[in-house]
Design a protein around this ligand. Sequence first.
Ligand code: FAD
Length: 383
Amino acid sequence: MNLELSEEQEAVRRLAADFVAREVAPYATAWDRAEEVDRGIVKKLGDVGFLGLTVPEEYGGSGGDHLAYCLVTEELGRGDSSVRGIVSVSLGLVAKTVAAWGSEEQKREWLPRLCSGEAVGCFGLTEPGTGSDAGNLATRAVRDGDAYVIDGAKMFITNGTWAEGVLLFARTNDTPGPKGVSAFLVPADAPGLTRRPVHGKLGLRGQATAELVLEGVRVPASAMLGPEGKGFSVAMSGLAKGRMSVAAGCVGIAQAALDAAVRYAGEREQFGKSIASYQLVQELISDIAVDVDAARLLTWRVADLIDRGQDFATAASKAKLYASEAAVRCANNALQVFGGYGYIDEYPVGKLLRDARVMTLYEGTSQIQKLIIGRALTGVSAF
Ligand code: FAD
């Protein structure tokens, strides 16, 4: 693996860093306090090409390889994880899954709008009763002539109150477990689909997280994405790449924690000296720095494997597991460097810690990542 960025990748990274400095970082605290990111950011993300990265240009994407996607995701995560999540879900989980599994008609209908930011996508897998055990989801889609009628509920859906399109997973036959699941592209304004915002989150407070309730939602049979009964494979293929995106976002959090800790340690004096001169403070900072590098290298490795067309799913689980736990550690160590000031939101590190915490939970908890890695190594499924 070549660890040097190409000129093109470096240019994308700089573009993302400038975008974050101008359009994201100055507003992140206010959005966090208001529990709402300004919706105008979606169009800006579309205009700069970040919502179409790695999607072929013929469908409105901006091309780019997966390392470039990681670089952009890292910069967005450094600025505000709520904004990073918009891209990770609308592009990473929805548009890329439509590009991989969609019919020509589905790609033409959804991809240009998702890539431009005219439409936002959300990924409806988790239900009130099934999180880690997503293959046993209960939402049902029953065939009725040339349509399906969907009933059920989805929980914790990122972009849920904003989205124009839902990539929704529902049971289409009575086979228990993953084999009975199919995927559908459902317009969010379909009659019978109700969305309720989820408030009171510990972190990602600016993000539009929703509960979706589906009562007799009717979609044409052509709304099915991928073959009937293959919906769980559709979901898992999206999540495998999605884990790389979460890991890249975590690298961004960890890097932000490092930058903030180094800056503050240099400015703050106690006992007549800069706190940066104390060995125990340097230990906190060096622990963060090692975590940043390790998390970044694991994440870039996933991008490299994808771009070379190799198996990447286990590497993605390793990167997601390590980077998410590292982001929590890094933000916590940075908060320690800030002392009491780290505990109030005039300073950035408390938000970093709150935002990092969910990364060990969604797109497969840390325990689930360990089971995936353990299954790959032993050949035995412990699920
Ligand atoms: P549970 O599955 O009930 O797990 C509870 C605990 O049990 C965890 O510690 C877990 O690790 C452990 N556990 C469960 N099974 C095992 C096992 N076999 N072995 C060992 N330990 C186990 N979902 C979507 O579909 N789309 C989204 O866009 C989305 N966005 C989210 C945004 C936020 C802010 C949050 C909080 C969640 C989001 N989720 C989304 C849902 C998320 O993916 C789930 O919360 C996650 O998969 C865990 O499911 P659960 O919360 O039901 O926990």
